[in-house]
Design a protein around this ligand. Structure first.
Ligand code: G1P
Length: 299
């Protein structure tokens, strides 16, 4: 049986303008929006590091310098915290710095997710990579990327994180066509084809690609050959579709755990509430308050 090397590199696209979160994204990258105290982006890097990723490439754009500041050591702040004996503060800031070795690439124009991923060709250097979209958070108690890497080690090719989002939501996502004979209830499904954001009544399934991918090095040539698609952007789904149709093994791991969508305002607020409710320091008090909170009486 073919066996692929364990993936040690992850690419995280973080170049979007975050217009849904204006005005705060005028000055602060939306990827640094705190989910209680830690930025969403750190939670995603943490997820990758937990399954053996050692090198992370952030694809950023102009105005995203704060991402580099966040992940690199801040000598002055560390000295100040040390002088105060603030060991909790020190541990908190050192956590992000130590998760991986960080690399940066700049996407000069917003030409789509496929274009952003295409900036990783040199970083990948012929190896498969993981791609994690920072709008999607996976609860740390639930596994997705680990099982995806296991499937990749066995089959190689493309492995996608999938979620059954139902017929109403599928038009917001990349959608997959399960291989003929695939058991719709299985954890791992073979994929025969993909389509980006199908119309609800034309969707071939309700299995959506959530923002976790393992991609073979061939993806970069496929991206170079991909013309702009939906929204006049270079779509990663279109490049994966070309590889899949040309015979690259393509599988999906169907996720059944807890996922938070921090790319949407309402879902972001829900994510903060859910994670605050189980926060080690404020969780208990927050749950007690939440149980008594009556929004109708708050005004
Ligand atoms: C992107 C991808 C889409 C995928 C989604 C996951 O869409 O193009 O295939 O399902 O991320 O979050 P976007 O959310 O950038 O519109």
């Amino acid at each position: 049986m073919m066996s692929s090397p364990r993936v040690s590199k992850a690419l995280i696209p973080a170049a979007g303008r975050g217009t849904r979160f204006l005005p705060f994204t005028k000055a602060v990258p939306k990827e640094l929006a705190p989910v209680v105290t830690r930025p969403a982006l750190e939670l995603v890097v943490d997820e990758a590091a937990r399954v053996g990723v050692t090198d992370v490439l952030f694809v950023i754009s102009d105005g995203k310098a704060a991402i580099g500041e966040y992940f690199r050591p801040n000598v002055d702040l560390e000295a100040a915290l040390e002088a105060k004996g603030d060991t909790d503060g020190l541990a908190a800031i050192r956590h992000a710095e130590g998760l991986a070795t960080y690399h940066y690439a700049e996407q000069k124009e917003p030409r789509g997710l496929g274009d952003a991923v295409g900036h990783g060709a040199e970083f990948a250097a012929g190896e498969p990579i993981a791609v994690l979209l920072p709008d999607d958070l996976i609860d740390e108690r639930d596994a997705l990327l680990g099982p995806m890497l296991d499937v990749h080690a066995e089959h190689g090719g493309i492995v996608l994180g999938l979620l059954d989002v139902g017929p109403k939501e599928i038009s917001k996502y990349g959608c997959v066509v399960p291989a003929e004979g695939a058991d719709p209830g299985a954890d791992v499904v073979g994929i025969a084809d993909l389509v980006e954001k199908p119309k609800a009544d034309e969707a071939p399934s309700t299995l959506a690609i959530i923002g976790r991918y393992v991609l073979p090095p061939e993806i970069f040539a496929a991206l170079r050959d991909t013309s702009p698609g939906a929204g006049n952007e270079i779509q990663l789904t279109d490049a994966m579709r070309a590889l899949c149709r040309a015979g690259t093994p393509t599988h999906g791991v169907v996720f059944a755990g807890r996922r938070y969508d921090t790319g949407d305002r309402l879902e972001y607020v829900k994510a903060v509430v859910r994670l605050a409710a189980r926060h080690p320091v404020i969780g208990e008090d927050f749950r007690a308050w939440l149980g008594e909170y009556d929004p109708g009486a708050d005004g």
